[in-house]
Design a protein around this ligand. Sequence first.
Ligand SMILES: NC(=O)C1=CN([C@@H]2O[C@H](COP(=O)(O)OP(=O)(O)OC[C@H]3O[C@@H](n4cnc5c(N)ncnc54)[C@H](OP(=O)(O)O)[C@@H]3O)[C@@H](O)[C@H]2O)C=CC1
Ligand SMILES: Cc1cn([C@H]2C[C@H](O)[C@@H](COP(=O)(O)OP(=O)(O)O[C@H]3O[C@@H](C)C(=O)[C@@H](O)[C@H]3O)O2)c(=O)[nH]c1=O
Ligand SMILES: [Mg+2]
Length: 283
Amino acid sequence: MILVFGSTGQVATELRALLPDAEFLGRDVADLSDPAACAGAIEARRPTAVINAAAYTAVDKAESDEATAHAVNGLAPSAMAQACAVLDIPFVHISTDYVFDGAGEAPFGVDHPTAPLGAYGRTKLAGEEGVRAAGSRFAIMRTSWVFSAHGGNFVKTMLRLGAERDVLTIVADQVGGPTPARDIAAACVAMAEQLGADAAKSGTYHFSGAPDVSWADFAREIFAQAGITCTVKDIETRDFPTPAKRPANSRMDCSATETIFGIARPEWKSGLADVLTDLGVTK
Ligand SMILES: NC(=O)C1=CN([C@@H]2O[C@H](COP(=O)(O)OP(=O)(O)OC[C@H]3O[C@@H](n4cnc5c(N)ncnc54)[C@H](OP(=O)(O)O)[C@@H]3O)[C@@H](O)[C@H]2O)C=CC1
Ligand SMILES: Cc1cn([C@H]2C[C@H](O)[C@@H](COP(=O)(O)OP(=O)(O)O[C@H]3O[C@@H](C)C(=O)[C@@H](O)[C@H]3O)O2)c(=O)[nH]c1=O
Ligand SMILES: [Mg+2]
């Protein structure tokens, strides 16, 4: 039996569709602000693999609530990884492009030094470090700009705002790969399966949608596909002040994910079309 932490999030919801026999632990059963309880949930169930799809994902809120974010994103995944190491079962953990500082224009390699710009990235990096320290059979999958028909994400924000306004100002100097949650879920399952057969595949991997775009160009494609008439005006990050600083360059080199696991970067435009169909925006 596969055990999934998370129940209502974007990736957890897509995992549920793929894994009807898995057990999903929501916050009511396993609160990630209690890391020992998360480890205990694994020990009690003795699953064949664990996927952690729960996290503190409110990037701006984390700036003023870092202690909670650190428990959820840092300490809980570390405790889960240790419990999985004792059982020698695969642990798939999801991390983020926000562990990088976003300097330059080249895609970040998996071994590029991390240097998070904000609290969310710092806490996610702490989780990565705990998972790597636990060792055994693990994959840390760094992804970016996740979207789906469920939960909160940039696509749903744009559909809401685009219906209300004729013009939107969107940052054009942050570039990355929008990633469909459905493809992340499939990649997590494939990684868990392959890690069960070969612990040597353990490590840190990148998985983001192709091609890389700015948030402004992502918004334009959302409106084009959705048939919404809304002009997107390019702005710079400094014209859109937020509590958390975000990386300008979120491009990630995903080649190891393809060579080691045989998983290619998903094309986000077709993933977007699927999400718009699921939402009933298009047929
Ligand atoms: N969203 C994005 O753009 C990106 C996400 N990621 C990573 O991908 C993974 C999945 O993200 P995504 O599906 O988008 O996340 P969502 O924000 O959609 O969902 C997060 C889930 O975590 C749960 N959660 C939050 N705090 C706790 C807690 N204390 N105890 C138990 N559960 C908790 C939430 O539960 P509840 O519904 O009860 O609040 C929610 O179900 C995360 O590791 C995230 O860091 C990486 C890059 C980009
Ligand atoms: C709504 C809006 C946003 N923006 C900008 C702000 C930001 O730079 C960008 C995206 O906004 P979001 O709030 O979706 O960004 P954010 O929540 O920071 O998204 C991040 O979430 C975490 C969990 C991750 O791990 C990252 O990969 C990334 O997906 O768009 C505008 O420029 N204009 C707007 O009207
Ligand atoms: Mg957000």
